[in-house]
Write a protein that binds this ligand. Structure first.
Ligand SMILES: [Zn+2]
Length: 616
């Protein structure tokens, strides 16, 4: 009762919003300046969104209203990011005002200036998306698993939410949201929020995301979806034909969730569900809170690719709870998550298994540094992406160099101490954003100084390439794989079935990666006959094999299969190395011919990368 009274009194004196009051002064510091947003949060920010949208699959548009609670310090305007949106009208405290749209940057879009005054508490924007909504992919039935209904999904990271919702599209700004989405009656809508598990007969769905999140994590999917339960707090959304397979594949999700909590503290988002999207989804997974968006290419049938789920789940702490302040600090999201993902996999399957994963990650990292150039500024953990597409920073530097940096710190301070530090870091900084500079101070103050430990933090964060004290895991399993391959190359002896039958996907990947690209084509033929890599149902194995085959020249025997894969799958992680390999092997013609057929199936994120890759 006491609490209740207090609540009434405090609400009558201040603006009552579901999001907590945010001190605007925090946005003034230089290292928090987000060069990818027009918003000026130190003057005025949005704190809560009420989104009302209707999805029209005929015209491929989302139409409706974004209404925000705002907070400001006597500002005369509030600025939002928009890109390719049709703005119909803007209201402040429910009265129509004159708005201004300034600039038209090919990457950032435009600034929507809305005049406000001292008593302005809310703004509302009536708008519609256009064909330029890069976040949104509208799929025809033929592009889905069941081929019966259309599908829609959004991908907001890094700066695409502004193409379907006018917003202050900066990872340093957090908002809570409610949404009402109307869809055709046969379809179901789900969001990065509280979700229903069955179809609404009238096609109207309501959502609530109570926890404040950065706008890049607002996500929507619409399709002929069904829900399957995995555990008490976990489940899967998928098209009917994919549901059973997906529930099996992600059968260990609940266990992962419990293990993650044991490592770094309670899961603060209520439920953890996954939606399996059509194959054009450009990423492996996207950590939209409460509802990870996942590619169907991880459904291997044997749970061998579910480290991706561990990764997306880990983001519920690193990224979603503590968020990179700007895209230059992206390693704070991804480096921590790869580290955490590996710890979940170790807790689930043991150290030997996790070591294989971290070694594959190390190979990816060496590859990336070679591609970018050992002295490239893009190999620094702290990036400078001003004037560029923040997508350029989504490389293995953020992911793997970041994770190796944390492993190095762990080896210096000991695992127990490092785990306690991370747990405290997540707890003390929850629902906040973090810049690299702020992390450095936090690390020094809470871990290093009191123990008198000195590490080469500067070299890791602001230096190029890989410092000498980069830890590299060892794997006896990989040594055994290398021996088998060596014996085969030398004597032609096929590895023993009893041995290879027990190999995991990771051992197979290491096997394929270790084949010398200049080996005689016969080596490829014999291995393909024996192991059918070309027809593997495991997308990681197939993609690794195709890439190696292109570098070898063997691919000319399997071009139709590679073409089929590239037309069907839109996951950028697979597309980039395959198109690049064709280009490097002077077969741009084949690359372009396949791309001409495949491009229409890709999301804008993948299109953008391939357009650049194939035009150079
Ligand atoms: Zn990630």
């Amino acid at each position: 009762m006491k609490h209740f009274l207090f609540l009434i009194i405090s609400c009558s004196f201040m603006m009552c919003s579901t999001a907590p009051e945010t001190p605007l002064s925090q946005y003034s510091s230089k290292d928090r300046k987000d060069t990818h947003s027009f918003a000026e949060p130190s003057k005025a920010i949005c704190t809560h969104l009420d989104l009302t949208l209707k999805a029209d699959f005929k015209s491929k548009t989302l139409t409706g209203t974004a209404r925000y609670d705002i907070q400001h310090d006597n500002a005369d305007e509030i600025i939002l990011d928009i890109k390719g949106l049709d703005i119909a009208s803007v209201r402040v405290n429910n009265a129509v005002v004159e708005h201004t749209v300034k600039g038209n940057d090919p990457i950032k879009g435009s600034a929507l200036h809305i005049p406000i005054s001292a008593d302005s508490k809310s703004i509302a924007i009536d708008y519609s998306t256009t064909a330029d909504a890069e976040a949104v992919q509208w799929l025809d039935p033929i592009q889905t698993a069941d081929k019966t209904h259309p599908f829609l999904f959004t991908q907001g990271q890094a700066i695409l939410t502004r193409t379907w919702i006018p917003c202050q599209d900066s990872p340093g700004i957090r908002i809570s949201y409610n949404a009402e989405i109307e869809v055709p009656e046969a379809l179901m809508a789900v969001m990065s929020a509280s979700n229903t598990t069955s179809k609404a007969p009238n096609g109207k769905y309501t959502f609530e995301m109570k926890q404040a999140i950065p706008p890049y994590l607002i996500a929507l999917a619409i399709g002929n979806l069904e829900f399957g339960k995995v555990g008490a707090r976990t489940g899967v959304y998928a098209e009917p034909s994919m549901l059973e397979k997906s529930v099996y594949e992600f059968g260990e999700m609940e266990k992962m969730l419990v293990l993650a909590e044991e490592l770094y503290g309670p899961y603060l988002w209520d439920r953890y569900d996954v939606i399996v999207l059509p194959p054009s989804f450009p990423f492996g997974g996207m950590e939209n809170p409460r509802l990870t968006f996942a590619t169907p290419t991880i459904i291997a049938g044997d749970r061998s690719l579910t480290s991706l789920i561990a990764h997306e789940l880990a983001h519920s702490w690193s990224g979603n709870l503590v968020t990179n302040a700007t895209w230059d600090d992206f390693w704070l999201n991804e480096g921590f998550t790869v580290y955490f993902e590996n710890r979940i996999m170790e807790a689930l399957y043991g150290k030997e298994y996790a070591d294989m994963l971290s070694l594959l990650g190390h190979q990816d990292l060496e590859h990336e540094i070679k591609d970018l150039g050992a002295h490239s500024h893009d190999t620094h953990l702290k990036l400078n992406l001003a004037g560029r597409n923040p997508d350029d920073g989504m490389t293995d530097i953020a992911y793997e160099k970041g994770a190796h940096f944390l492993r190095m710190i762990e080896s210096k301070v000991g695992r127990e101490t490092f785990d306690a530090f991370l747990k405290k870091y997540f707890n003390e900084n929850k629902f906040k954003s973090m810049s690299t500079t702020e992390f450095e101070s936090y690390l020094a103050k809470n871990l290093l100084e009191e123990r008198g430990i000195e590490i080469n933090t500067d070299e890791w964060i602001y230096g190029a390439g890989l410092p000498e004290n980069c830890p590299v895991s060892r794997s006896d399993k990989f040594v055994s794989v290398e021996k088998s391959l060596g014996a085969f190359i030398e004597t032609g002896a096929i590895p023993d079935d009893a041995l290879t039958d027990a190999w995991t996907t990771h051992e197979w990947l290491h096997f394929i990666r270790s084949i010398d690209k200049d080996a005689p084509m016969d080596v490829f033929k014999v291995l393909d006959t024996k192991y059918s890599f070309t027809h593997s149902g495991n997308s990681e194995i197939a993609a690794a094999w195709y890439e190696k085959s292109i570098h070898n020249g063997y691919y000319k025997n399997i071009t139709p299969e590679i073409e089929r894969f590239l037309i069907q799958v839109g996951r950028r992680k697979f597309l980039t190395p395959l198109y690049r390999a064709l280009k490097e092997n002077k077969d741009l013609e084949t690359a372009k011919a396949i791309y001409a057929k495949a491009r229409q199936n890709y999301h804008s994120v993948s299109k953008q990368t391939m357009d650049v890759l194939l035009s150079e």
